[in-house]
Design a protein around this ligand. Structure first.
Ligand SMILES: NC(=O)c1ccc[n+]([C@@H]2O[C@H](COP(=O)([O-])OP(=O)(O)OC[C@H]3O[C@@H](n4cnc5c(N)ncnc54)[C@H](O)[C@@H]3O)[C@@H](O)[C@H]2O)c1
Length: 437
């Protein structure tokens, strides 16, 4: 059985054995006054990271001074985009370690694929930067833990990109539930059915595209030939880089369940069923079919996905249903509705009109910037990011090992379940190592 101390010692030993990657050292104790410009930089510029940067640049007093990517094509495009947006040129980098040496950078956005969140994040903590990191926090349980410890040790301000936490209709719905309006909630059903979860039609491996540093894209992940089905955007369906629909969408939606039900602890147990049953002509390793059940003290949270189809309960391809004794509240990014229980011809909940809703990326970024200015925790803390990412990984580990998981948070392991314990930390490819914290 691996104890918490062993887990810590193991990561240190790994670092010692393979040569510790030195990250920029001392904490940068920059004081950001409310009137100050915040200099921001982006690591991973293609997709969501750039969306986050665009939202940051809408806030007065924000300037982008750095862009980092391993794809020179993406970098050139995004440099032009930033010049158009703010009229001045950011410095471009191909290595995040070099970028983090720049003392003028106050905050970074991390928009790299999931396997590349942990190292830049910890390096940014050590360099004294504030951090907006995309979800899921990391691609493994161990990385989530290390990132939380690093952020708290270095007293960094961290927002995790679970933007529902800033969404007005999500906030209203959570208040409605927490005010007891649907009565006791014993079950939350959560689902996410998407076509993209089966990956792209299979194609053979090919040459690395010009301008791409593929070895740096792989980073700590195992060496593997290039295939566009595992590269930009499509990496989500391959275990070395992502965790499929459960970590991609599940993290957003399970986070709403944990938030509304005020869950701050590990589940008592986790079970999962499913597998890869369909679309063999599409490239994916992650499960296309999955049901996960999280047992809590007085609550069950269920996750469901069926990749390759886009219909779902309540005619919504994704969402949550909070099943209360007096009514069921159904919510997604477009709004929420109440389905009341009826007793002797009377509704057991107040009448509530169907609410609208919208994307909340912009508000979430604003909340981060305000938090940096006011030196406080944003709405989605590192602990919230860690907890829900771990819930998602539990589901995948339960199905991979075909076991009912019980996670011991103190020992940081699954007891004597050696198959599950083997999946707690990734084996980083030399010269990358899990930092010692
Ligand atoms: N909050 C949301 O709603 C939301 C939506 C989409 C994606 N995401 C998250 O955002 C992250 C990025 O997803 P995406 O869809 O934009 O992926 P993407 O593949 O489109 O973009 C990732 C970028 O990171 C770059 N990159 C890879 N390794 C790098 C490295 N070592 N240094 C610098 N750059 C590197 C890639 O070249 C690419 O430009 C993921 O964690 C994803 O889960 C969040």
């Amino acid at each position: 059985m691996q104890t918490r101390r062993q887990f810590l010692n193991d990561t240190s030993r790994l670092a010692a054995a393979t040569g510790f990657i030195s990250f920029p050292g001392a904490l940068n104790a920059r004081i950001t006054k409310p009137s100050d410009t915040i200099n921001i930089a982006l690591i991973g510029c293609r997709g969501m990271g750039f969306g986050d940067l665009q939202n940051a640049l809408k806030v007065p007093g924000i300037k982008c001074i750095g862009l980092c990517d391993i794809d020179r094509n993406v970098l050139a495009q995004r440099k032009n985009d930033v010049i158009k947006l703010q009229g001045s040129e950011p410095i471009v980098y191909s290595d995040f370690r070099k970028m983090l040496d720049n003392k003028d950078i106050d905050a970074v956005i991390i928009g790299t694929p999931d396997h590349w969140h942990c190292l830049p994040f910890i390096a940014a903590c050590e360099a004294g930067k504030e951090i907006y990191v995309e979800k899921p926090l990391a691609n493994s349980l161990a990385e989530c833990e290390l990132m939380m410890r690093s952020a708290r040790r270095h007293k960094r301000i961290v927002q995790v990109g679970q933007q529902q936490r800033s969404g007005p209709h999500f906030i209203n719905a959570v208040k409605f539930i927490q005010d007891g309006k649907i009565g006791q909630v014993r079950k939350v059903n959560v689902w996410g059915n998407f076509n993209y979860g089966i990956g792209q039609p299979v194609v053979p491996d090919s040459e690395v595209p010009a301008g791409v540093d593929y070895d740096m894209w792989l980073g700590p992940a195992p060496k593997r030939n290039f295939n566009k089905n595992r590269f930009h955007s499509n990496w989500r369906m391959f275990w070395d880089y992502g965790g499929g629909l459960l970590t991609d969408w599940g993290v957003h939606l399970l986070d709403v369940a944990l938030w509304a039900m005020d869950v701050k602890t590990m589940p008592l147990s986790v079970t999962a069923t499913g597998g890869n049953f369909a679309f063999a002509d599409h490239a994916h390793e992650t499960f296309d079919t999955m049901s996960v059940s999280y047992q809590l003290k007085d609550l069950v949270i269920n996750w469901e996905h069926t990749a390759g189809i886009q219909t779902g309960p309540y005619n919504r391809s994704y969402g949550l249903a909070f099943v209360g004794n007096n009514g069921t509240l159904v919510i997604d990014r477009n709004g929420w509705e109440l389905i009341p229980e009826v007793d002797e011809g009377k509704y057991k909940t107040p009448a509530v009109p169907k609410s609208g809703g919208s994307e909340s990326h912009e508000l979430h970024m604003r909340n981060f910037i305000e938090s940096v200015r006011e030196k406080r925790d944003p709405v989605c803390t590192i602990e919230m990011g860690r907890l829900v990412a771990m819930y998602a990984h539990f589901g995948n580990i339960a199905l991979k090992t075909n076991s009912r998981l019980v996670f011991d948070e103190q020992a940081f392991n699954f007891g004597d379940n050696s198959a599950a314990n083997a999946l707690i930390a990734p084996a980083y490819r030399t010269p990358w190592v899990l930092p010692k914290i």
